[in-house]
Design a protein around this ligand. Structure first.
Ligand SMILES: *Cc1c(COP(=O)(O)O)cnc(C)c1O
Length: 574
């Protein structure tokens, strides 16, 4: 990566990376799922590569939520209160934003990410719990994705406008790139307009000003369906932001049919836009035909998501993997029995953790499937249970399996809540044949055990809803093959029988649930379970393929280099 250091040195620039959620430390509940974990992994990779990046997010003092599940799988929630001062230092000043005509003070806590080579990336967690603020304003940085639309819009004012004010107050040198990770931070465009207007009205902002703003903005979209986009009715926008800013928003080229759509706002004001896998880039082009949309496929931070036994194995055979993840390609030369041994260790650690949390002892000799991610309808956690008789018969006649589930449903997502209940029902129906456990409180700490310790990682999203997916990438780094629907990253990572297996071989962007569930059973019965029990060495070759072919590519080191080459440094010309 020496060239990269030279390129960075030749282009003085800073990237300000804005994200509503950031999963940077498993003990800080400041994320809800893949989006936040991606943000954390991005910041870690930037620190490793020496990229001058600054992260901006909200503090979420009461976290996302803590999940409680009763014996039927009914989810209840409580706040996840934590102590920022254990992890971060408070900044000694405040900035302010105007919300509904009130001045709201915004403070920040600094978290420092230490890169492998010693480079530091600061992440600022914005905080409105300041005594000068009204009681309600103090709650604005409490809950991630909590409250109603009004609460959300106010939070987005804190993130976009407050984040920009904080960035200026900290004086991080010249920021060349404002990277919006999803549309939640798109109001930062307004802050840039106010700077251009320099104290005059926003109606003095010219077309040339707007073009200059556009040159600095990068937008990564993560939402393959319009229903998933953040939208606010115009009267709410006027009451929160006031007439002048609302007029300025209308004057940007975003469509504005009575609603402010944050995706449109970000699209209209960004010079570089991308989806998070090749397929998602194509889906986004169909959704937004007026914009050129690129693709940069997500990754995961390799050193973070590789389990200790595999770290030891790679350190022994390919020690360069830590500073250059491409070396994982040479995992091809690691003897398969060593890969199996490392995996057995990771499995024992996972099963010990399951025992600790649930008091249920899984059998280390039994093939173990893992399925864990946000519980929401399109992820179809219950696809495996669409034909219980066939599933039971398969386990009795071909070979036993046991399954570990996990995932939180957003409190208002009834579809997600009922998915969890259905897994509990299935677990009780199957209890004499197949052990099924649902772990409460799925988070980064459990994900690390789970993605590494199961024998097969299952993913059954409804197409084309999985923009990328990253948990299968964590599994691949640990020699765990995927059995997955051909959507998101798996379209790129799947090589049948070499890195894992596909559920249905249909590449089209629509799902057919009946065909997919039949294919799921067919692959398990006909190929995967027999290979696992009868042809262990063949199975280990697939494990090794997952590491060499997918671990070496689907990591945030490769991803951040792609952002540098395609987005950040290309923007630096303005
Ligand atoms: C990696 C991760 C995710 C993302 O999972 P997908 O299968 O990509 O949706 C969600 N939650 C946690 C806690 C994770 O670590």
């Amino acid at each position: 990566m020496a060239d990269l250091a030279r390129i960075i040195a030749a282009h003085p620039f800073t990237v300000a990376y804005f994200s509503m959620e950031v999963g940077i430390d498993p003990r800080m509940p400041t994320y809800s799922g893949g989006l936040g974990v991606l943000a954390g992994d991005t910041l870690r990779a930037a620190a490793d590569l020496g990229v001058p990046m600054v992260g901006i997010t909200l503090l979420h003092r009461k976290g996302y939520f803590r999940q409680h599940l009763d014996a039927q799988g009914n989810q209840t929630e409580s706040s996840s209160v934590w102590s920022p001062k254990e992890f971060m230092e408070p900044m000694p000043f405040h900035v302010s934003v105007t919300i509904e005509g009130r001045q709201v003070q915004v403070g920040a806590w600094r978290y420092t990410v230490y890169g492998a080579g010693g480079h530091l990336v600061p992440v600022y967690f914005l905080d409105t719990a300041i005594p000068q603020n009204s009681a309600w304003d103090q709650t604005l940085t409490d809950y991630l994705y909590g409250g109603d639309n009004h609460y959300r819009l106010c939070q987005e004012v804190v993130l976009g406008l407050g984040g920009m004010a904080m960035l200026r107050a900290i004086r991080h040198g010249m920021t060349r790139n404002y990277h919006m990770n999803e549309g939640h931070s798109a109001l930062l465009v307004l802050a840039m307009m106010m700077e251009r207007a320099g104290g005059h009205g926003l109606n003095t902002v010219t077309k040339a000003d707007k073009e200059a703003i556009r040159k600095h903005c990068v937008f990564t979209t993560h939402t393959p369906v319009p229903a998933g986009q953040d939208q606010f009715p115009l009267d709410l926008v006027v009451s929160v932001l006031g007439e002048e800013l609302t007029e300025a928003l209308k004057a940007t080229e975003c469509s504005f049919n009575g609603v402010l759509n944050m995706t449109d706002l970000a699209l209209a004001n960004s010079r570089y836009v991308n989806g998070v896998s090749m397929r998602h880039g194509e889906t986004s082009c169909d959704m937004f035909p007026n914009y050129p949309i690129n693709s940069i496929t997500n990754g995961v931070h390799a050193a973070t998501w590789t389990s200790p036994p595999f770290c030891r194995l790679y350190d022994l055979h390919i020690p360069e993997w830590r500073h250059d993840n491409l070396y994982l390609r040479y995992a091809m030369g690691i003897p398969t029995d060593e890969i199996q041994r490392a995996h057995d260790e990771a499995k024992v650690e996972l099963l010990a953790e399951v025992k600790k949390r649930t008091d249920i002892q899984f059998d280390p000799a039994v093939m173990t499937l893992g399925f864990a991610r946000r519980a929401t309808a399109y992820k179809r956690a219950d696809l495996l249970f669409s034909d219980m008789d066939r599933l039971k018969k398969m386990c009795q006649e071909i070979g036993p399996i046991q399954i570990i589930y996990g995932g939180k449903a957003h409190p208002k997502d009834d579809g997600g809540r009922s998915q969890i209940r259905r897994i509990f029902e299935a677990a009780s129906t199957l209890k004499d044949t197949i052990r099924v456990v649902y772990l409460e409180e799925y988070d980064m700490a459990i994900a690390k055990y789970l993605c590494a310790g199961v024998d097969l990682w299952l993913n059954t999203p409804q197409k084309p809803m999985e923009a990328s997916g990253t948990s299968g990438m964590k599994a691949a780094l640990n020699g765990v093959p995927s059995l997955s629907i051909l959507d998101g990253w798996w379209i790129e990572g799947h090589v049948e029988g070499a890195t894992g297996w596909s559920i249905s071989d249909n590449w089209k962007p629509e799902s057919n649930p009946a065909i997919e569930s039949v294919s799921l059973y067919h692959k398990l019965e006909g190929t995967i379970i027999p290979m696992f029990y009868k042809r262990r060495d063949e199975f280990a070759i697939v494990m090794r393929g997952a590491i060499a072919l997918n671990g070496s590519y689907f990591n945030t080191q490769r991803m951040v280099v792609q952002y540098l080459e395609n987005a950040y440094l290309a923007t630096g010309k303005s």
